[in-house]
Ligand binder design. Structure first.
Ligand SMILES: Nc1ncnc2c1ncn2[C@@H]1O[C@H](COP(=O)(O)OP(=O)(O)OP(=O)(O)O)[C@@H](O)[C@H]1O
Length: 249
């Protein structure tokens, strides 16, 4: 069994500002994500979910603690190395898709390879577009695609470099429920068929139920975990967590 986690954070802290006005967004978070697992991160507004993703992605520097990607401590890497790490070892899926409007679906999927100085692997790109059900839309610009189709392009793009982890920030937040289910099914499939590791921030208990486990944050701390979540159980837990806000600090 592989004991190296795809992503680990140890005693992660992040404070914004100083003195009386300081805000503690993360107050000592320990989490580890095994390869080939799908985890949802949930919590009330302001609980630190985005800050956690930002630190995990190397977009933000933690105030304290460590971030390990594929077993490698990347906490103190300089800006250039972290940029390279983001391009090559992390896939991103955002609520707003973030596709390049003047590039075709195929070119968008291939962009991370280009940025990483790797060859335009057309067979791999086409294969991923087929996998997300867009084999016949490869030459379309994002404008000519529906929101759900754009998010499927974004998922193919996130997978193209075979990253250590895919970080998804509210990937279904801008989609209707039927389209959202398709997108979540694709993320699930990337875990089950490709062995991908996915960490997804969401507010939606239905989305969280696609994950293997849910981690709950409250006031910048891990406040619980639920394995094999159901939407109802997650919704119940979220209602309970709302009552805890402020009480744990
Ligand atoms: N750049 C910043 N400057 C100051 N405070 C910040 C900054 N970013 C986040 N915070 C604060 O840190 C805390 C955690 O914010 P964060 O965005 O991580 O929460 P969240 O769980 O993602 O919230 P939401 O669900 O509303 O997106 C909040 O109190 C927020 O106001």
């Amino acid at each position: 069994m592989n004991s190296i986690h795809a992503l680990e954070v140890h005693d992660l802290t992040r404070t914004y500002g100083e003195g009386a006005g300081a805000v503690t967004a993360l107050a000592g978070v320990d989490l580890a994500f095994a390869p080939g697992t799908f985890t949802a991160v949930m919590g009330p507004s302001g609980s630190g979910k985005s800050t956690f993703l930002g630190c995990a992605a190397g977009l933000e520097r933690p105030t304290g603690g460590r971030v390990l990607l594929d077993g490698q401590d990347v906490t103190d890497w300089n800006e250039n190395d972290r940029t390279r790490l983001r391009r090559e070892r992390i896939g991103f899926v955002f609520q707003g898709f973030h596709l390049m409007p003047y590039l075709t679906a195929e070119q968008n999927v291939g962009l991370p390879l280009r940025l990483a100085g790797r060859r335009h692997d057309r067979a791999r790109i086409r294969n991923l577009l087929d996998r997300v059900g867009l084999g016949d839309r490869a030459r379309h610009l994002p404008d000519a695609l529906s929101g759900g189709q754009q998010q499927r392009v974004a998922i193919a793009r996130a997978l193209v470099t075979d990253p250590a982890v895919v970080l998804a920030d509210e990937p279904t937040g801008a989609l209707d429920s039927t389209t959202a289910r398709d997108v979540l099914g694709l993320l699930r499939d990337s875990v089950d068929s490709l062995g991908q590791t996915v960490v997804m921030v969401t507010h939606d208990p239905v989305a969280a139920a696609y994950a293997d486990a849910v981690v709950f944050l409250v006031d910048g701390r891990v406040a619980g975990r639920m394995d094999r979540p159901s939407a109802d159980a997650v919704a119940g837990q979220m209602a309970h967590l709302d009552e805890l806000v402020g009480a744990l600090s």
